[in-house]
Design a binder for this molecule. Structure first.
Ligand code: NAD
Length: 301
């Protein structure tokens, strides 16, 4: 029987620590063809090198991933620019699909993108110097920083999904494995005021609301599932923008029921599980799934 080819579009690879990169690897292991996207020229050389060395490794080791027949390609996409998203979805992705997999569908989209202007993630000048008092960082957010953060970190999920919709599988009979999916990465700062998370907290709350709204619209109309994975702290480029991140990570591990943080592979495996819709995940939509050692379930004192 001919193997069903599945294609995933994973947006937001900056380097080898990116949750998008780990997600791409997990999807490749499940036999997906994977297209990753990077923001701009700054990231292109790193991403190119990663993809090339991954491909060389597969050829050398033949460790099963390559035998799945999956390919790994990389394309640019700046989600703050409609033209860039349009070019990705109407020119670049169709070309790759046509040349490489001879399909015209995308089975899974992973959104692993966030950005806040650096000044909005720093201690504001009006903040107190007394360490016993909460710092005033969200209150110092400018209108434009608020808009940029929400645009890149939340609206982009709508924009990407909107442009990708023609390629997401439309199903007539829904079984647990034939639905396509959209999965976004989020953080607990959406529902709790997390130290130094500032304007990213409201942006993640917005992102999660977008997940629920899209799930409710796209389930009946297109059979598309939409979910979010809420990851505990992981050392990445984006995490470096959060002040005192090392302390946040350590305190999270100390207070989590499992007394450790989730590692990026675990986060990525849940992304791939939700994307694929296997083993019951085909009935999951509109949800935020926490992969954080249980931290989100307890009151830390
Ligand atoms: P990362 O820096 O590797 O990934 C963030 C990506 O967003 C980068 O590739 C960056 O280029 C991209 N990006 C920013 N602005 C963009 C734009 N205009 N157009 C296209 N891409 C843009 O860091 P990460 O931690 O892997 O972040 C991925 C996702 O995971 C984010 O949504 C982040 O909020 C979420 N997350 C991270 C953690 C953590 O602790 N690292 C925890 C929970 C959730």
């Amino acid at each position: 029987m001919e193997k069903i080819r599945r294609t995933a579009l994973v947006a937001g690879v900056a380097n080898g620590r990116s949750l998008a990169w780990f997600s791409a690897i997990s999807l490749l292991k499940k036999g997906y063809d994977v297209i990753i996207t990077y923001q701009n020229d700054r990231f292109e050389p790193t991403v190119k090198k990663m993809v090339e060395s991954y491909q060389k490794e597969q050829i050398k080791s033949g460790n099963g991933i390559r035998k799945c027949g999956g390919f790994l390609k990389y394309l640019p996409c700046d989600v703050s620019c409609d033209n860039s998203i349009r070019t990705l979805m109407t020119e670049d992705v169709p070309k790759v699909l046509h040349e490489s997999s001879k399909t015209e569908r995308i089975d899974a989209i992973v959104h692993s993108i966030a950005h806040a202007p650096p000044e909005s993630m720093k201690q504001s000048s009006s903040s107190t110097t007394n360490t016993n008092e909460p710092s005033l960082q969200l209150v110092g957010t400018s209108r434009s920083a608020f808009q940029t953060t929400h645009d890149v970190s939340s609206y982009s999920l709508i924009a990407l999904t909107q442009h990708a919709l023609p390629y997401l599988t439309t199903v007539t009979t829904t079984t647990d494995t034939d639905t396509s999916s959209v999965t976004a990465l989020t953080y607990l700062g959406s529902t709790r005021a997390a130290p130094h998370y500032n304007v990213m907290g409201p942006a993640k709350a917005s992102l999660e609301a977008v997940v629920r709204g899209l799930a409710s619209e796209l389930g009946p109309a297109h059979g598309v599932r939409v979910n979010a994975v809420s990851a505990g702290p992981v050392n990445t480029l984006a995490a470096r923008g959060v002040q005192d991140f090392t302390n946040l990570k350590q305190r999270t591990a100390e207070n989590a029921p499992l007394r450790r943080n989730a590692n990026p592979e675990e986060v990525a495996d849940v992304v791939a599980y939700l994307s694929h819709g296997e083993e019951g995940a085909g009935a999951i939509t509109g949800q935020v799934v926490y992969v954080d050692g249980g931290f989100s379930s307890v009151v830390a004192v």
